[in-house]
Structures are given as C-alpha cells and as structure tokens.
Design a protein around this ligand. Structure first.
Ligand code: SAM
Length: 242
C-alpha cells in the first residue's frame, strides 16, 4: 500500500533509516492530517528517490518515521532552466509552481530593462517549488536562485547551453524550435516581463550564438501564460514528455 501523504525532508533516506521530524512536520502529520502510529507517509529528499515510511513515534513537537521500501527512484528532470522576470507576487508564485511541476531543473528570476519588480523573496519562492514537487509526485526539487541581472547572466552565458528566447516581437510568426540538433544539450527558456524586452536586450539576445528566437503564436501572452506555454512546447519537442 502506498501512502497518501507525501513530504519533503532534508534527512537521508534508505532501507531501515529512521527519519526524525521537526515541529512543523509533526504538526502537519499528526495535527493537521491526523496520522498516528503505524500510519504510512511517503518521503523524498531530492537525492534518494521516494520512500514509503511508517510512523514509529508521534508527539506534538516531533516524531520519527522509519523507511520501509523505495517506491520511486530519483527522477532527474532534463537540464532545463526557466529564466523569467518577476511580475506581481501571485503570478510570480504561479510561474515558480508551474515550472517545478513541469520539470524545470533550475528557476532563475532576472531583472531586465523593463522589469516591474526588482525584489523577490527567494526563500518563499523556493518553498513554493518544494510544495509543487510534494504535490506532483516529483522526486526532485528545482533550485530557485536569487535574482540575477539578465545582462550579467548573458555575460557569462555557458557555451553549451541553448536558449529558447521567447520574443513577443515574433508574435504571429510560425513557431519554430529548431533545436533537434541540440536535443541532449543543456537548455534555458527566457520569458520577459510585462513590458517585454528593450531593443538593446533584443539585439543582444538575437546575437547570442546559442539563442533560438521563438514565437508563442498569434497573440501576446501574459508572462505567466507564456512561461507555461514555452515549458510545454520545449518539454514536448526536446524534453522528457516525448
Ligand atoms: N508588453 C509586451 C508587448 O506588448 O509586446 C508583451 C510582453 S509579454 C506580456 C511577457 C513575455 O511573454 C514576453 O517578453 C515574452 O517573453 C513572452 N511572450 C508573450 N507572448 C509571446 C508571443 N506571442 N511570442 C513570444 N513570446 C511571447
């Protein structure tokens, strides 16, 4: 039987391993979910796959789970970064949550010439990515980085990483993600802010040898919609949905 409750922990997981719970985890399992001794809980830590565990100690402020069997191996997503310019809080949260569900390996918020928000709460966004992984059955939690400057990121752009540059100026052009030659390469998707990209940024991005300029169809999409659309297209064409 597999557990209905799934939790991320930092602790190592393995056959017979005891996993201590902190106060918040104990509150969630025993207070909110009303689990007791002998209950089943699925755990993952982003390194050891998913493990089925049994509650062997349950208290208000702590508890212990014991690993019984591995129910999933570690499944790494493709080496795909989602780079995006933060927008309003709830929509930024949405982008992070969807990127984690849809299999981005790293989530990179950036400031651009027309970014509306130049501050993020990295810890809060990381917690959203973690919750999304708990919900969707993922065994890997993507890292959410601190805010970077897009121009700096491009200064040090890795030679082998291809870039799906989603450019609203291409609206209405045919979608072409001619990335087949780079199927096994590392990739990144870039989504701009509400204000779009400046001409200077556009010229720089177009000149980047690793850049693949892409249209997302005949309509201008909001940045959060564009992120989901681009992740879908990339995963279908080059990622682990094929
Ligand atoms: N203010 C810009 C304008 O009116 O042209 C629109 C920016 S759009 C809300 C936010 C981001 O989503 C864009 O920078 C781009 O990365 C992406 N995007 C939205 N629609 C797109 C499309 N049809 N093709 C390519 N990228 C698109």
């Amino acid at each position: 039987m597999s557990a209905k409750v799934r939790l991320y922990v930092e602790h190592p997981l393995g056959a017979g391993q005891s996993v201590p719970l902190d106060r918040d985890q104990a509150h969630y399992l025993f207070g909110v979910m009303r689990l007791g001794l002998g209950a089943q809980v699925a755990l993952f830590n982003g390194r050891d796959g998913e493990w089925q565990t049994t509650v062997v100690e349950a208290a208000k402020r702590g508890g212990v789970l014991e690993c019984t069997r591995q129910s999933k191996p570690l499944q790494m997503p493709p080496d795909l970064w989602l780079i995006f310019a933060p927008i309003k809080k709830a929509r930024t949260d949405f982008i992070v949550e969807k990127a984690a569900e849809m299999g981005a390996a790293r989530i990179v918020p950036v400031t651009t010439d027309y970014t509306n928000s130049d501050r993020i709460r990295q810890d809060r966004l990381q917690a959203h990515a973690l919750e999304a992984a708990e919900q969707c059955g993922g065994t890997y939690v993507p890292e959410v980085t601190d805010l970077h400057k897009l121009s700096r990121l491009l200064d040090d752009w890795p030679k082998d990483r291809q870039l799906m540059f989603c450019d609203e100026a291409e609206v209405g052009n045919a979608l072409e993600l001619a990335g087949e030659a780079h199927r096994n390469a590392p990739w990144a998707i870039l989504i701009g802010p509400e204000g779009g990209f400046s001409d200077k940024e556009r010229q720089r991005l177009q000149a980047l040898p690793q850049s693949h300029v892409v249209s997302l169809g005949p309509r201008i999409l909001r940045a959060d919609t564009a992120a989901v659309a681009a992740l879908t297209l990339w995963q279908r064409a080059l990622g682990d949905w094929t």
